[in-house]
Design a protein around this ligand. Sequence first.
Ligand code: NAD
Length: 381
Amino acid sequence: MVEFDSFGPEKIFEVYNAKVGMHGFVVVDNTALGPGKGGIRMTPTVSIQEVSRLARAMTWKCALADLPFGGAKSGIIADDRQISPQRKQEIIRAFAEAIRPVCPKYYIAGPDMNMAEEDMRTFAQANGSWKSCTGKPADLCVRPGEKCGIPHEYGSTGFGVFHAARVALEQAGKDMRGTTVAIEGMGNVGTFAAKYFSEAGARVIAASDSRGLLVDPRGLDVPKLLQVKQKAGTVTQYGAGKVLPSKDIVGVQADVLVTAAVPDLITAHNVDQVRAKLVVEGSNIPMTPELEGHLHQKGILVVPDFVANAGGVISSYAEYRGQNPQQMFKLVERKITANTAIVLERSQKRGTKPRDAALEIARDRVIRKCKTCRIDLPASG
Ligand code: NAD
């Protein structure tokens, strides 16, 4: 069962193409602030229920990011490891054609699980509108060299995660220079976060990936670390420091812990191992809201995922507006800085945890533009 409340979902659109074997859906949660934004998830088990929850999370994320986008998400039921690349493209084309009645008017797509930038090229071309999706390749332009795609590979999310941490440190009266940082995950988000922290003078002392955790309290040479990760496929081949199991990142003695890999990294069993004074959630749901509350009680500041990792969706908006990458980075910095600051200020003023303050701000922004949304309903997401 899909859960409804006065915020949404406004539309659920289910599409089939029997000839191609395509079955997908779009959930448009709320469009009070603008067309619903959210990626396309391709997995064998994706369901309308799962997509509805993700669409609601996008409503809050876009509102908190202060973008003229609502929340939405879509799913295509397919196992991309079991089908040929050609068949995957056929399915994406059929999906893009089938959802034209809602896309891009009510829904703007983007990459999500098993959907990358080349899939966005296929999607946009089949849909027929350049605005139908974001995360397109940089060579897909409205005119040659003008209004081009901005792929996620530019690192907007890691850049935003760094700025969220910078604002939190500034508010706590701490200097970025010399601050020690531990980063979980060295993928798109983690590598760019590491780069920006080290360029700003912070000391990255720990980095993990699926094969292990590398720790050196003297500080890691980040350009070398990124080279090792790229060449050897793992940070554990760095050649100095200590190598430990990946999960030990939680207890590293660093000022800042950045999560950038798996959900539920922090659990009821390891929450009390956290030594950092600031946790910045680059990954989605690295712990439950209850565990965030527990850390809040202990005086550990947690910048929640939908505040800290909104760089990607802000970049999507820049692309949608036809901005270039330089303009996009400026926009990400400006919005992440402003939004992190107001969330942390409200949290301090009211004594609530940052997630609750952020949800209140996001909900207020939607309610201001939504005649039918009722304030008495609890925010979830
Ligand atoms: P990615 O696939 O590029 O990288 C994931 C990294 O995590 C890899 O380095 C992998 O080795 C590592 N990893 C896997 N298991 C691990 C483990 N047990 N311990 C430590 N590291 C492990 O993914 P990404 O795009 O960097 O995304 C990371 C997280 O951030 C996800 O939760 C994603 O949903 C979230 N996120 C990403 C973006 C974005 O723009 N990329 C935006 C918002 C949120």
